[in-house]
Design a protein. Structure first.
Length: 129
């Protein structure tokens, strides 16, 4: 299954995620996740868990966020660095950085992990998302 982040639920969820509308991103991606075959299903679940984690942070629940970020890595780590038409290696690195900030009990909210579709990375002149 080829995941296209430029249209449909993936694009809408990405727009919401980038606007810090994490619950809406989760909702946009959920129907696609439910219908996806493996291994995309598990991958999408990991991405959705990151959005849900940041929704928890917005609601001042760092423990819930930490648990969801760890769960997301368990789903995302087995995949190659460019899986799902994303720069998954970068996304995972950002998740780990968020976990370090949360573990340090920093008062600052970590920056959401970057979801960069490979078409943006491979076409630096593209307008992006």
């Amino acid at each position: 299954m080829k995941l296209d982040w430029t249209q449909g639920e993936l694009a809408e969820g990405l727009r919401c995620y980038n606007a810090a509308e994490f619950f809406a991103a989760h909702e946009a991606w959920e129907s696609l996740w439910l219908a996806a075959p493996e291994p995309e299903k598990t991958f999408l679940q990991g991405v959705i868990q990151v959005a849900a984690a940041f929704h928890h942070l917005q609601r001042n629940n760092p423990l819930g966020a930490t648990r969801l970020l760890h769960a997301s890595l368990r789903r995302l780590d087995p995949r190659p660095a460019d899986f799902g038409s994303l720069s998954l290696g970068l996304f995972r690195d950002d998740i780990r950085h968020c976990l370090q900030i949360l573990a340090a009990n920093s008062p600052a909210m970590p920056t959401p992990p970057r979801i960069l579709p490979t078409f943006v990375i491979n076409n630096p002149d593209s307008p992006g998302l």
